[in-house]
Unconditional design. Structure first.
Length: 421
């Protein structure tokens, strides 16, 4: 049984125990269906069994290639957008390894200013790149790759080829380009959409280059899968989360705010936002996901959360293990903060966490709390799998397909025609 759990914090104010139990019991059928109905979304369920794309052989290849790049690179540029870069960026930014190459991001915007700055920061450094794209029509990574490829060729000539790795679907144009030029090729699974792709070459290769322990991450996901697929369990954490969310939506809480007190979780929350927004936001349905970095945002949107329209519920990420320490020493200046002398920032941040969740639930905001033992590879693996599975269940509960994104395709059509495609 995982040490992660969701708790509902406001003692039946919005959802009574009976209501929850009844909804949970009704939703159990979706759990059954999720692991048995392999036909319904057969082109999108490649992530459901992590072993399909990250068995030992795939992991060995990832780690081996990454070690080679780590030995020689000063900078590694991850070129990709959306589901193709969010998960790797979430973990890399959160765990920030001291050694190894600096990781930069490209192909996730079309800003000339950003691209210029990024290119000039490469001067004089040993540079490797990894472009990741599923359909290779998305404009940002497409043109980002072209610019970086030509920068590499200008700088290294023929040797550039050994500094470029491509992650695309087998048989795609990107695959051909890799073959024609002798780039390393990693597989973007055909049966996994970007936002569900972390447990494949897509998420794991860049993480491994950054020095992340990808085996521990995959183990976390495997253990979470074993737990969630136990259909006898009375307390399935993904179904619990999906059930609370749906009940809150029915009561008018259409916005879910992921709240965290460790800024290192910022990019993880962005991954989570993409997962739920693209999966659920269709047919006029779904919860709108946003995130806040507390305590900073308590001084801005905190006001709205407390007293604005009652349409927001909060999902707090509670990290149990202390990951750093800095003690506030007593000072010769009487600055009015003497009541904090000798306290650790960690302890003060904990107090802020408890106080916020207390204040918010007392003033009637529905609060969920996800407790995570620590911020580590293993628990990122657990969270990735748990949220993906919960999102899949939520799709069934809402009656929408959680694996397509027709709205995004629609805007792309407008953009392509404006640009003369
Ligand atoms: O990997 P790509 O095909 O370039 O896709 C990158 C991203 O772009 C799209 O616009 C989709 O809405 C996302 O779901 C996807 O992750």
């Amino acid at each position: 049984m995982s040490k992660m759990d969701f708790a509902y914090m406001d003692a039946g104010r919005h959802i009574t125990a009976e209501e929850y139990e009844q909804a949970y019991a009704e939703n159990r059928k979706f759990l059954e269906e999720a692991y048995t109905d392999s036909e319904r979304y057969k082109d999108s369920l490649g992530w459901l069994e992590p072993e399909e794309w990250v068995g030992e052989e795939a992991l060995d290849r990832i780690v081996k290639k990454a070690e080679q790049v780590r030995r020689d690179a000063d900078v590694f540029v991850l070129v990709g957008v959306g589901g193709s870069n969010q998960a790797a960026r979430a973990v890399i930014k959160a765990l920030q390894m001291e050694d190894g190459p600096e990781i930069l991001y490209a192909g996730n915007n079309i800003s000339a200013h950003y691209v210029n700055k990024m290119l000039s920061s490469l001067e004089g450094k040993s540079v490797y790149i990894n472009v990741i794209a599923k359909n290779f029509e998305t404009l940002e990574p497409g043109i980002g790759f072209r610019v970086l490829r030509s920068w590499q060729e200008g700088r290294y000539g023929k040797e550039a080829n050994s500094r470029i790795a491509v992650t695309g679907t087998t048989g795609s144009r990107l695959h051909e380009i890799a073959r024609e030029n002798g780039y390393d090729f990693f597989v973007f699974p055909d049966n996994i959409g970007g936002r569900y792709s972390v447990l494949s070459d897509v998420g794991l290769y860049p993480m491994a280059v950054a020095g992340i322990d990808v085996r521990a991450l995959v183990q976390g996901a495997r253990d979470m899968k074993a737990e969630l697929s136990d259909r006898e369990s009375e307390d399935n954490i993904a179904l619990k989360y999906a059930t609370y969310r749906k009940l809150l939506l029915e009561k008018g809480y259409a916005i879910e705010m992921m709240a965290f007190f460790e800024p290192q979780l910022h990019y993880f929350s962005k991954w989570w936002i993409q997962l739920f927004a693209e999966s659920e936001g269709k047919q006029g349905k779904g919860i709108y996901p946003v995130s806040v970095s507390y305590s900073e945002d308590l001084h801005s949107v905190g006001q709205y959360v407390q007293e604005g329209q009652p349409i927001i519920f909060e999902t707090f990420l509670d990290v149990e293990k202390q990951n750093a320490s800095i003690v506030l020493e007593a000072d010769h200046v009487d600055d009015g903060f003497g009541y904090l002398d000798g306290k650790d920032f960690w302890e003060i941040n904990r107090a802020a966490f408890e106080a916020t969740i207390g204040a918010h639930s007392d003033s009637g905001i529905p609060c969920l709390k996800l407790t995570v033992p620590e911020i580590s590879e293993y628990y990122f693996g657990q969270m990735f799998y748990m949220f993906e599975f919960a999102c899949y269940l939520s799709g069934s509960i809402l009656g929408i397909n959680p694996f397509d994104q027709p709205g995004v395709e629609n805007y792309k059509g407008y953009m392509f025609s404006r640009l003369g495609k």
